[in-house]
Design a protein around this ligand. Structure first.
Ligand code: KG4
Length: 351
């Protein structure tokens, strides 16, 4: 079979990225422009500045992606572009670029769901996918477990009712005086504490002073909630006692988060009887979480797949990889607009 060449476009938030990917796994080029410096002084992403910056960069990145890959524009079989969820103005820049390319070349236009794309990122390291599988997505904006039965057939098994795991880690880090993004900082501090304490994680769990998220959640329900945990950290800090160091509180906070994730994955695997789990999103870069998930997978005999760390944050190669899955299945979602919602349905504008 001849090679399938895909172009991936990602512009849902503050990164403009284009990738040329062969057969859904071999990345031929992936130039990217990060807007972090542009938004830094405002302490968050300013949507209008983000879309303007996408507009300024995207054609240059496209030229770079093509020339670096050695691929002619006419050789592209499909153009995969993120259409949801994200900042609408930013998404539009990527979508319009994809549309223009589609009109010029006749290559298939494939609308891609950003969160689904995260779950297919392991394709880029040669992983293969069998259905159904469970998707665990843990990022700054999402904490959820999905059941994926086929491309585009995604059922939400459980979501967060307040903060996402990454968001909670970022906020806890700010409370502890650690810089943004907080997840890696908390991980570092937690590691130091574990080392000097000389105790096992299990014995430290017994001493953990922070609230257990959703302690009374019925066994077969899958749900995340981290705001109570955050509040318990705040109250403890307000007491101003010197009983706990910053390292200790980082450890205890992270332990509660990891335990909640493990609890939910365990129930999802039991309830759904699906023995394949794919974990994605920035929080899965956490080594203690990875070890805990691997230990659970070992004891419950399910497989666990992570993307390479370089593909666990936002990128265009994963968008092209997800597009490949649809292209190969000859499944062409009809969505012809962009949207900020994260529903796993694609709809044409007029029905
Ligand atoms: O998926 P992601 O890169 O981007 C968005 O959500 O946009 O996730 C970012 C989140 C942040 O909250 C960050 O603190 C968290 O992932 N994170 C980590 C680690 N590295 C990044 N959390 C825990 N441990 C880490 N090593």
């Amino acid at each position: 079979m001849s090679d399938i060449i895909g172009l991936g476009i990602e512009s849902s938030c503050d990164e403009t990225a284009i990738a040329v990917v062969k057969n859904g796994e071999k990345v031929l080029s992936q130039p990217m422009f990060s807007q972090v410096a542009l938004h830094k002084k405002y302490g968050g992403v300013i949507p209008e500045l983000a879309s303007r910056s996408h507009l300024e960069k995207i054609t240059f990145l496209l030229e770079e992606a093509l020339s670096e890959s050695g691929i002619e524009i006419q050789q592209i079989d499909y153009i995969a572009t993120t259409v949801k969820p994200g900042l609408v103005g930013s998404l539009l820049v990527g979508y319009q670029t994809a549309l223009a390319l589609h009109w010029k070349t006749g290559a298939r236009l494939l609308p891609v769901h950003h969160l689904e794309a995260h779950l297919y990122a392991p394709l880029l390291s040669g992983a293969s996918f069998e259905y159904p599988f469970l998707g665990l997505l843990l990022s700054g904006g999402n904490s959820a477990i999905y059941r994926i039965s086929a491309p585009g057939e995604v059922k939400v098994l459980g979501d967060t009712i307040d903060d996402a795991a990454g968001e909670a880690l970022d906020k806890a880090a700010a409370m502890l005086g650690l810089p943004y993004p907080g997840g890696p900082q908390i991980e570092k501090e937690a590691g130091k504490f574990l080392e000097v304490s000389g105790e096992s994680e299990a014995s430290l769990r017994e001493k953990n002073p922070l609230a257990i998220p959703l302690r009374d959640l019925p066994r077969n329900e899958i749900r995340f909630s981290f705001s109570g945990l955050k509040t318990s950290l705040l109250y403890l800090l307000k007491k101003n006692s010197d009983e706990y160091t910053r390292e200790a509180l980082s450890f205890y906070f992270q332990q509660r988060i990891i335990d909640a994730i493990i609890r939910n994955v365990e129930h999802a695997v039991k309830r759904e009887k699906v023995l394949r789990v794919v974990a994605a999103g920035g929080v899965t870069a956490n080594s203690m979480l990875r070890s805990a998930l691997e230990a659970l997978a070992d004891s419950m005999k399910f497989s666990i797949t992570f993307p390479e760390r370089s593909y666990s944050t936002d990128n265009a190669a994963m968008v092209a990889a997800a597009g490949y899955i649809y292209f190969r299945a000859q499944k062409f979602p009809e969505q012809n607009f962009v949207s900020s919602d994260n529903k796993f349905e694609f709809k044409p504008l007029r029905e």
